[in-house]
Design a protein around this ligand. Structure first.
Ligand SMILES: Nc1ncnc2c1ncn2[C@@H]1O[C@H](COP(=O)(O)OP(=O)(O)OP(=O)(O)O)[C@@H](O)[C@H]1O
Ligand SMILES: [Mg+2]
Length: 577
């Protein structure tokens, strides 16, 4: 193994540490298996010499008992070994998956923009599954087979050391090709796991976008796309299988060379009287039985290579350093008053700058509206307040405190967000609203729903608040979903409120109602409102007009109308009649 692979493997093994006693138990079981194998080989000598040749009838009657007794002992040992080690394997899988999940939850939005959901899912489900066998399971296999080999080797030398020397010239021959095969398997495993990731990504995408597929009638196109990924996966798996399948035959052919030589030489020694028939049988049994562990060890090597391939993909995620995390000296913010300031904030998702030197200030309780054309950077700007991303330059302060110096937890409890994309969990309405504040009582949840004008339609549902809004909330209308998201934000009761197109899916009537609720909600909170409909932002204390990531103009509705800028143009377009 290369040193890098060795490190990966060592790291894998650290996951077995909590399960040491299970592994020890498995090893004890495997020693029982080894003992029976070695005893079988050595019992060939009395069997041949004393029974077959010397015809000892008393011993003949013992044979069935010995066979059955040994089988029971071996069976029991194997059971203990298998059960102990398989459960260890599963426990390790569970640990790795938990680690991987909690680590990925800590990664920033930047990571998720770069990596597809399907890819992440594949790593957590498939790669962990593949790497699992190597951690403890394979290790015990390796140890058992090594013990068997050592035992049988001693047994072979004990029977006839000359013959044994001949046999062991041949064994190493098998190891060269075996290691080449192992390396190939690792390489192709890694590539096939990557393709499996792509496959999962396609799946994930098409199931969540099924409505678009249906609307555009692109089922056939998607099927072809899936089949192509599926085929790509098969191609890599086939290569792995090719090497895997070649492994055993190669060993067997090389083994036959040894066996041929041994029998030729061994029979000569029996005929010349140097050893007894029993010695030859015991020896032959030892050597023949040895090829099984050798074959298994090579399989183990293949398995380890495969696991390392997958483990590298898993560790890649675990080693990803979250670029947004608490500083060691991060402060816990209490409930803030809600003064939000941007000081010459510039931001780019990649190289292309999206926000240029934005400076603004929102006093506690103020309503700041952001208007501007699509793509001008409104969502990006408010996203920076929640630290989805950190700006490349400049600083954002809440109550005069740079938000990068506060703990993420305490920052987020101070912010409630109703996003442009209304995401609801596959859970009850009650729990979806309660997501705003986990410890809210049922009464508080219902009150929040009432304030968001969501209670009416919720109560009309057969199960009311307990209704499950199925996968992605398909059973609710856009406006209903939005109101649940608003209720969630109301429940959060945070001093800073961000409404990104929060009422865009509502009709004029329900918007007017929700506006009233929001007006209540906005009292004593610093609110950022983004809306295309100017009627929603007219009453803001301050309106920022954004264009191409720059603040074009700031003022109240009346002030802005007085100037003939972008705001005037937008206004005229919306209120032409
Ligand atoms: N995750 C992302 N990665 C890279 N670029 C992005 C990302 N999100 C947005 N952008 C780009 O940043 C710019 C501003 O996007 P933003 O979502 O802030 O616009 P917006 O003003 O909210 O538009 P809209 O009114 O349509 O919601 C756009 O040019 C967009 O292409
Ligand atoms: Mg937006």
């Amino acid at each position: 193994m290369k040193s890098q692979s060795l490190n990966v493997y060592k790291r894998l093994l650290t996951y077995s540490r909590p399960y040491t006693w299970r592994i020890v138990l498995a090893l004890v079981g495997s020693l029982g298996v080894v003992a029976v194998d070695v005893a079988t080989a050595q019992l060939m000598k009395p069997l041949v010499d004393k029974i077959v040749i010397a015809k000892d009838y008393l011993l003949v009657n013992l044979v069935p008992f010995i066979i059955i007794g040994m089988a029971i002992f071996k069976g029991f040992s194997r059971y203990v070994q298998e059960y102990a080690i398989k459960t260890t394997g599963q426990l390790i899988v569970q640990d790795v998956r938990n680690d991987l999940y909690s680590h990925s939850m800590g990664l920033s939005m930047k990571y998720y923009v770069r990596n597809s959901t399907g890819n992440m899912m594949s790593r957590i489900l498939n790669d962990v599954g593949v790497m699992q066998r190597s951690a403890a399971d394979v290790l015990v296999d390796a140890i058992r087979e090594s013990f068997t080999l050592i035992g049988l080797t001693i047994s072979a030398f004990y029977s006839d050391w000359r013959l044994a020397c001949v046999a062991f010239l041949v064994l190493p021959l098998a190891l060269g090709p075996a290691s080449v095969i192992g390396r190939k398997i690792k390489e192709y495993t890694q590539r096939s796991q990557a393709t499996l990731g792509d496959l999962t990504a396609v799946l994930q995408e098409s199931f969540s976008g099924v409505k678009v597929i249906k609307a555009f009638g692109t089922e056939a196109y998607e099927t072809v796309r899936f089949q192509a990924e599926n085929l790509a996966f098969y191609r890599f798996i086939r290569k792995t299988l090719k090497y895997d399948a070649a492994s055993a035959p190669v060993i067997e052919i090389l083994a036959s060379l040894g066996i041929a030589g041994i029998f030729w030489y061994g029979l000569h020694r029996v005929i010349s009287g140097a050893i007894t028939q029993g010695d030859l049988f015991a020896f032959a049994a030892s050597v023949l039985m040895m090829y099984t562990p050798v074959k298994r060890l090579i399989k183990v090597n293949n398995q380890i290579q495969r696991s390392i391939g997958a483990a590298e993909r898993v560790f890649e995620v675990l080693d990803e350093v979250p670029d947004i995390s608490d500083r060691p000296d991060a402060k816990t913010l209490g409930r803030v008053r809600g003064r939000v300031e941007f000081d010459r904030v510039s931001f780019a998702y990649d190289d292309e700058p999206v926000l240029h030197e934005i400076s603004l200030r929102a006093e506690p309780g103020e309503v700041v509206a952001l208007v501007g054309p699509s793509g001008s950077g409104k969502s990006t700007l408010v996203g920076l307040i929640t630290r989805f991303y950190d700006p490349q330059s400049g600083a954002i302060m809440i109550d005069g405190e740079d938000i990068r110096l506060a703990t993420l937890d305490s920052l987020k409890t101070n912010i409630a967000l109703v996003d442009q994309e209304t995401f609801l969990f596959n859970d009850t309405i009650r729990n979806n609203i309660r997501y705003g504040r986990r410890d809210a009582t049922d009464a508080e949840v219902e009150e929040a729903a009432r304030l968001a004008y969501a209670d009416e339609f919720i109560n009309q549902l057969p199960e009311g608040f307990e209704s499950n809004i199925g996968d992605r909330g398909v059973r609710l209308s856009g406006g209903q979903r939005q109101r649940i998201c608003i209720a969630r934000a109301i429940l959060r009761d945070a001093p800073v409120l961000i409404l990104d197109e929060a009422t865009s899916a509502l009709d004029t009537e329900s918007e007017a109602m929700v506006q009233k609720a929001l007006a209540n909600l906005m009292r004593n909170r610093t609110t950022f409102v983004i809306a295309h409909r100017l009627s929603t932002v007219m009453h803001a204390d301050k309106i920022l007009v954004l264009q191409d990531g720059r603040i074009e103009d700031v003022g109240t509705h009346q002030e802005l109308l007085g100037r003939s800028g972008l705001y005037r143009t937008l206004y005229d377009m919306q209120f032409q009649e």
